[in-house]
Design a protein around this ligand. Sequence first.
Ligand SMILES: Nc1ncnc2c1ncn2[C@@H]1O[C@H](COP(=O)(O)OP(=O)(O)OP(=O)(O)O)[C@@H](O)[C@H]1O
Ligand SMILES: [Mg+2]
Length: 231
Amino acid sequence: MITLSDISVSYDGSRILRGVNLSVPEKGLICLMGRNGVGKTTTLKAIMGLVRTDGGSVRLGSTDLTGMRPEERSRCGVGFVPQGRDIFPNLTVWENLKLSLVLHGPHGTDEVDRVFELFPVLKEMLARKGGVLSGGQQQQLAIGRALLTHPRVLLLDEPTEGIQPNIIDQIGDALIKIKQEGKISILLVEQYLDFCLNVGDGFYIMERGTIVASGPISRLNDENVRKLLTV
Ligand SMILES: Nc1ncnc2c1ncn2[C@@H]1O[C@H](COP(=O)(O)OP(=O)(O)OP(=O)(O)O)[C@@H](O)[C@H]1O
Ligand SMILES: [Mg+2]
């Protein structure tokens, strides 16, 4: 579904991504893992078109996204939930969701209902300001909002970061349901190993801007793979 070939990115002249190759199969949930600062977020930004690439290509199915602006990539079906969530704190939950509906064309109410089914708490809090929700609730809102943009691929940047365990479980369950529906592929950036083992089909591990290991999710249990993730 999504394929990165030889993607390189530099910030201020220093190379951050060095020829990243990675693919997410249709209906798959792939985890991109690695220690802090290795380039995981930059990889998602490269897919979304939020950083300039020095070389390489990004494809979504048969569409070449390379060179497209972020909003064009979004219209092609790339949904992005950034690290730190990035919801609008002064808009209500409903207004946050409605923005996706306004920007991405009309939807059947079933799509909105589906979001409430995955994250019931959002329905209870429609009139609350986004900024007063807990971190976990904001994460659910951010994922719900991305789901309303008709994504074919959903990019999630550390959705469990700083979130309490019971909400992590709810988010995990939602990702598994989305995966089982088979309409959306997911690329999950994550450092929480047990979460990846629970929801993932496959993994890539990054070190200093390049992929150093990959395989089916069960291989994350191998000691030599885990060594790449521990500080
Ligand atoms: N806008 C920027 N300008 C300059 N350097 C940057 C910028 N954004 C990130 N970097 C650097 O690029 C490297 C990779 O950053 P990135 O955010 O992609 O890492 P990450 O794997 O997502 O880390 P974390 O796990 O902490 O979120 C880091 O060394 C970081 O300091
Ligand atoms: Mg990051």
